[in-house]
Design a protein around this ligand. Structure first.
Ligand code: DX5
Ligand code: ZN
Length: 228
């Protein structure tokens, strides 16, 4: 299974977004994770579509846009127009029916459709939608802020999703470093978001490489455990 590392620009310097994105590309990132917060679904406020549009013009990295906003169906189009390659919204911000329509409309635009789960939300709530998503995002912290501690108790959701959909891209977000990435990989996660541990590292390339090898080792251990 392909491992992808997505540094979160939330931990970067917002006055130098283009340089930060380029630094992440040179450091070996596979995508750039962009956290959109509306001060309503989460208490924090970050960026809107115009910033995503500027980022789109500034980097060749795929943009992994994580909407932590209420009424995602109202704003999804603007983020797709701005150039989001992967657009992920929270199930807690909508309902199953609206989510199904939104996932389909993201895919119709030729982008990847992602569905996110906050820590208290059960995986069973979204099992009916897993056939319609390109990526499941299992939050490993409460959404809203960078720099929080990893919640290993949510990894059972990753295990369950991996059982239901063996080929699904499963992303984890919050508190990821080489050690927690190993734990996440061992449960079946293959896309790792990392803010503080990459942007705060003296050598981001080394940090990305270490997270990648931690995830890979975790996935390999899972494969040995689950294969007869
Ligand atoms: C949290 C965001 C995360 C955050 C991760 O609400 O969704 O993407 O930037 O930051 P770290 O890696 O510092 O926990
Ligand atoms: Zn995020």
């Amino acid at each position: 299974m392909n491992v992808r590392i997505a540094p979160s620009i939330l931990a970067g310097d917002f006055a130098r977004l283009a340089e930060e994105a380029e630094a992440m590309r040179l450091a070996g990132a596979d995508e750039l994770h962009v956290d959109v917060m509306d001060g309503h679904f989460v208490p924090n406020l970050t960026i809107g579509p115009c910033v995503v549009e500027s980022l789109r013009r500034s980097t060749q990295l795929p943009l992994d846009v994580h909407l932590m906003i209420s009424q995602p169906e109202k704003y999804a189009e603007a983020f797709l127009d701005a150039g989001a390659d992967i657009l992920t919204f929270h199930i807690e911000a909508t309902d199953l029916q609206k989510a199904a329509v939104l996932l389909e409309s993201i895919r119709e635009r030729g982008r990847k459709a992602g569905l996110a789960l906050s820590p208290p939300t059960s995986i069973e709530a979204v099992v009916p939608l897993l056939g319609s998503v390109d990526r499941l995002l299992v939050m490993t912290v409460h959404p809203g802020f960078g720099g929080q501690s990893f919640m290993s108790e949510v990894l059972s959701k990753v295990e369950r999703a991996r059982e239901v959909r063996p080929q699904l891209e499963i992303e984890v977000d919050g508190g990821l470093n080489p050690d927690t990435a190993h734990q996440a990989g061992a449960c079946g996660a293959n896309v790792i978001v990392a803010g503080t541990s990459v942007f705060g590292a003296a050598d981001p390339a080394q940090a990305i490489a270490a997270i990648r090898s931690g995830t890979r080792a975790g996935l390999d251990s899972r494969q040995q455990r689950t294969q007869p």
